[in-house]
Design a protein around this ligand. Structure first.
Ligand code: NAP
Length: 297
């Protein structure tokens, strides 16, 4: 069925550009999810397309779960070279894709699809890459191997953080989550390098940590505040928050006030988009202040 895709196209800002449909060579990409109106991905990809003068389009598409499989079968026929995948499809998409990258398999979810010329759908997860690139750009002297990392949260975002910290050679990861069983569920990914800490004792795991990550939704505008005590936090730690609304979360403000280097979460969103754009449009885009401003506007 082509109906889901057709509906999505008509409801997006793609409407009004019918000429694209007849110019098969113009590459199309986009983001699929439900809901999709809040996604910042169109802003950033459209900025890159304009900035590099690439003839291509990036379109937000509302695709309901029941239409996912049809949509994936149809999009390549319409000229799509790939799409980003967001909530609620990030896990389900793995069973639809023909090929799944190792990192997507480890994280149990994908955020980037490449529709290959041979007809195969390749699923990748670039969240961990985005997390790591953001830290490396925001704290150039940070060395993940230099000491323990403390991670708060055990959802999908935490999985990306854990696997990228392990890949980067981090020797010890302390993990704490409100629902302990969910953190326990990450034990296999943590391997011998990990330790699960009770939520009520999460403050203790900051002692001696050189990397501190909030991968929970605490601190987000409208959500509860982070109540983990920061007394044990040392000023040599680099502290990052995946939450980027507000840009400076209470955790980051507090960490900064005691002299820690802090890295906000917006950069992760920007960097995770780089590999997809490069694969679809053939050019590796820059993440810089211009892009941040465009996405924040
Ligand atoms: P998720 O799977 O829904 O997980 C939410 C996490 O927050 C869980 O660990 C949950 O703990 C915890 N949490 C929620 N409310 C809490 C509370 N009142 N007290 C303590 N813990 C609480 O979400 P996710 O996909 O992992 O995303 C987590 C956050 O990262 C979100 O804010 C998301 O926007 C952000 N994120 C940012 C980026 C980026 O590019 N910067 C990328 C991905 C995600 P329980 O298990 O106990 O419920």
């Amino acid at each position: 069925s082509w109906s889901a895709v057709a509906r999505a196209l008509v409801s997006s800002d793609f409407a009004g550009h019918p000429s694209v449909m007849s110019e098969a060579k113009i590459p199309l990409a986009g983001v699929i999810g439900a809901p999709i109106a809040h996604s910042k991905s169109p802003k950033l990809h459209q900025h890159w397309l304009r900035r590099y003068g690439i003839k291509g389009h990036y379109i937000p598409m509302h695709i309901a779960s029941g239409d996912l499989e049809d949509a994936i079968a149809t999009l390549p026929k319409l000229g799509f070279v790939g799409v980003n995948v967001t909530i609620p499809h990030k896990e389900h998409i793995l069973s639809i894709a023909d090929l799944v990258s190792d990192r997507a398999a480890v994280m149990g979810s994908a955020n980037t699809l490449i529709f290959r010329a041979d007809g195969k759908v390749h699923a990748d997860n670039t969240d961990g890459y985005g997390f790591m690139q953001n830290l490396r750009q925001g704290a150039p002297d940070w060395d993940p191997k230099a000491g323990p990392a403390a991670v708060m949260g055990a959802g999908g975002a935490a999985r990306a953080v854990i696997s990228s910290l392990i890949d980067a050679g981090c020797s010890e990861i302390r993990l704490s989550n409100r629902t302990k069983s969910r953190a326990e569920g990450r034990r296999q990914e943590l391997g011998t390098k990990g330790e699960v800490v009770d939520w009520v004792q999460a403050g203790n795991m900051l002692d001696g940590a050189i990397t501190v990550v909030n991968a929970s939704s605490l601190g987000m505008t409208g959500a509860s505040e982070m109540r983990v005590p920061l007394d044990a936090l040392h000023r040599s730690a680099v502290v990052t928050d995946l939450v980027y609304t507000p840009l400076e979360t209470p955790l980051l403000a507090h960490a900064k006030s005691i002299g820690c280097q802090t890295v906000d979460g917006l950069g992760m969103l920007l960097h995770q988009a780089v590999p997809g754009f490069e694969r679809w449009f053939g050019l590796r885009p820059d993440v810089d202040d211009d892009l941040r401003e465009v996405v924040l506007r």
